[in-house]
Design a protein around this ligand. Structure first.
Ligand code: C5P
Length: 401
């Protein structure tokens, strides 16, 4: 898939630059031609000699090669590339890319690149969470760049958190996926529900749950990367999709999510119901904040919310595919199979609460995929990005049956 592909690898000055040598090695092993472009501070973290030995090409860091006076054309390089990967991308380089501060070869090449751009941020946990970085990454996404989300773990500062550059193997997988499956969902309309729902009690309180939306957003990114037209019907979450082109419709309550899905479903090929929908909502929403003083303990009467997946199952046409999720604590498989039938699903993704460190709120998940014909495939504990890849693979292979 990467054979003969021209990859420009931009390396900026972060400690994760030591991983760039492995990245180059993996790309070259797969037959890619790699041209490294480094920022001046990138050179402080890894020597150009290592990288040119691995790529078989001189590393470019300056507009001119000092000893020959040769002009290094960022425009030619930008046009030569089938993909540009910036790994590690520091906060500084990301900010320059977002605002067009073209004061080094890496950023000028980026501005000239016509090929898809992949950005693998690497920085400390506070830097990645800073509103400035968040805004700059959002800007890059709006330019159509692909952000390879940083992983969680121990950082160079010895702090634990988000900010580690994704491992070279995963970056290569992202590229392979991009080149191999860029079109296996082309022409398909995919609707995905994600996140929790909030059921209002009064103007300041609600009934909700711990769903972060990460699994649904990873599915939306994966489906979009594979060519689908994706609409994400999202409950309240604090994340955004990485893929450009994912349309997000924000909803709050189960009722709103239900109505939005009902409208969209007739024009949908594949619906994936990943949201953690509240089963009940307060029968009445108080118009004023419920006060504590002089009151007996309030009793909140609940009414049943609509089952969105089941309601879509009732109107599903031949050729449409409906995928559900199940979170079970016991009799997992039997309950999941029962749910497939009750909701008229084609496939169900079962996640278990038994696996510590996976599922709600985390970046990992361990799932089994059960299809209508009873076949069950168990997968190992993986990142949600990889799980999304497995789920979409399972859907694609079913469509192609
Ligand atoms: O019945 P249960 O909540 O276990 O079913 C889970 C599946 O049904 C998930 O796919 C979830 O998104 C969907 N669901 C729904 N509407 C509800 C409850 C669950 O779409 N009200």
């Amino acid at each position: 898939m990467l054979k003969n592909k021209h990859i420009v690898l931009g390396i900026s000055g972060g400690i994760a630059a030591y991983k760039s040598a492995t990245l180059v090695r993996l790309l070259v092993k797969r037959g890619a031609e790699v041209q490294v472009v480094m920022t001046p501070s990138g050179r402080e973290f890894i020597t150009p000699v290592t990288l040119s030995a691995l790529t078989g090409k001189p590393v470019i860091t300056e507009f001119f090669t000092a000893n020959t006076g040769q002009w290094n054309s960022h425009v030619d390089l930008g046009l030569w590339a089938d993909a540009m990967v910036i790994a590690p991308a520091t906060a500084c380089t990301i900010a320059k890319m977002a605002t067009g501060v073209a004061d080094n070869m890496l950023v000028t090449t980026y501005l000239s690149a016509k090929a898809p751009v992949f950005v693998a941020p690497a920085m400390d946990l506070d830097m990645i969470a800073h509103p400035s970085t968040v805004r700059n990454l959002r800007t890059l996404r709006s330019y159509g760049n692909h952000i390879i989300k940083p992983a969680e773990g121990e950082l160079a500062s010895h702090l634990i958190g988000k900010g580690r550059m994704e491992e070279p193997e995963e970056i290569v997988r992202v590229l392979e996926r991009f080149f191999s499956s860029a079109s296996d969902l082309k022409g398909k309309k995919v609707m995905i529900t994600a996140g929790p729902t909030y059921e209002r009690i009064d103007p300041v309180r609600f009934i909700g749950n711990f769903s972060s939306g990460k699994m649904g957003y990873a599915l939306a990114d994966e489906a979009a990367a594979r060519g689908a037209e994706v609409t994400l019907v999202s409950g309240p979450v604090s994340i955004t999709p990485s893929q450009p082109g994912v349309k997000v419709l924000n909803v709050e309550s189960a009722r709103e999510m239900h109505d939005t899905c009902q409208n969209l479903f007739p024009d949908t090929d594949i619906a994936i119901m990943c949201a953690a929908v509240a089963d009940y909502a307060p029968a009445q929403v108080a118009t004023h904040k419920i006060k504590r003083e002089n009151q007996e303990v309030p009793v909140i009467e609940l009414v049943k919310n609509p089952d969105i997946a089941a309601s879509l199952g009732k109107i599903k046409r031949h050729g449409q595919m409906l995928v559900g999720f199940a979170l079970e604590t016991d009799n997992e498989q039997a309950n999941a199979e029962d749910k497939i039938r009750r909701k008229n699903l084609d496939m169900i993704v079962l996640n278990s609460l038994r696996n510590p460190g996976t599922c709600f709120g985390t970046d990992r998940n361990k799932v089994s995929i059960i299809t209508l014909d009873g076949a069950c495939t168990e997968y190992p504990d993986k990142s949600k990005t990889e799980v999304a890849h497995d789920i979409i693979d399972a859907i694609v292979s079913r469509i192609n049956k």
